[in-house]
Design a protein around this ligand. Structure first.
Ligand code: FE2
Length: 187
C-alpha cells in the first residue's frame, strides 16, 4: 500500500525549506497513524461534536525514530476522530503547513483552490483510506468529512503550530472567507 501521497498543493513544492517541512510533516503523520498501539488507547468517539486531542510531543518522541525528532519539535500533532457524518467546514490552516494521515476508516477530502484572475475556484474531491496521507502548504483550503459508515481516526501535523483557521464558502463562483476561528476550538 502506498503510504505517501505527495504533494497535494503547489505550495508543497516551493523551495527554501517548505518542501522539507511538508515531507517531514507527512512522514510524522504517517508514522504515527501506522502505530495503533500509540493512538488507539487515547482516541475517543463522540456523537455530539467531533473529538480532538493535542498530543504530548514528549510522549510521541519515545515512539519515533530520532530522525523525526526535529520535525516533531517544530510541529503540533493532533489526534482526531470522526463518526459517520461528522466533518469540518471548508477551512485553511492560517500560515501553517502540514499533513494529515488517516489511521482508521476512510475520510473524504474536498479541496478548493481559488481561481486566479477572476476564474472559478477549482475543486477536487477524493477519498483517503487508512494509511494514506495528505501534505499541504500554507493557505491550503479543504473540507474533510467522514462520508462512510464506520468511525474514522486521523493524525494531523501542523508546522508551525496552528494558531488560526479561516473558514470559507464557495459563493457566486468565488472562494469567500466567512470567518476566522481559534485553532482547536471548533475544527
Ligand atoms: Fe484542515
Amino acid at each position: 500500500m502506498s503510504v505517501l501521497h505527495l504533494p497535494a498543493s503547489p505550495h508543497a513544492l516551493e523551495p527554501s525549506g517548505r518542501l522539507r517541512s511538508s515531507t517531514g510533516s507527512a512522514a510524522l503523520a504517517t508514522t504515527l497513524a501506522l502505530r495503533p498501539g500509540l493512538w488507539r488507547p487515547l482516541v475517543r468517539f463522540r456523537e455530539e461534536t467531533r473529538w480532538t486531542r493535542l498530543l504530548d510531543p514528549e510522549l510521541l518522541a519515545g515512539s519515533l525514530d530520532p530522525s523525526l525528532h526535529a520535525d516533531l519539535a517544530a510541529a503540533e500533532v493532533w489526534l482526531l476522530s470522526w463518526v459517520p457524518g461528522q466533518g469540518t467546514a471548508l477551512h485553511d490552516h492560517g500560515a501553517s503547513a502540514g499533513a494529515f494521515a488517516v489511521a482508521q476508516g476512510v475520510l473524504t477530502e474536498r479541496v478548493v483552490a481559488a481561481g486566479r484572475g477572476g476564474r472559478h475556484p477549482r475543486e477536487t474531491t477524493g477519498e483517503l483510506s487508512a494509511g494514506r496521507v495528505r501534505a499541504f502548504g500554507p493557505h491550503y483550503v479543504h473540507q474533510v468529512r467522514n462520508a462512510g459508515t464506520e468511525p474514522a481516526v486521523s493524525v494531523h501535523v501542523y508546522a508551525p503550530r496552528l494558531t488560526v483557521m479561516n473558514t470559507y464558502r464557495v459563493e457566486d463562483d468565488r472562494l469567500r472567507r466567512i470567518g476566522t476561528e481559534q485553532a482547536g476550538v471548533d475544527w
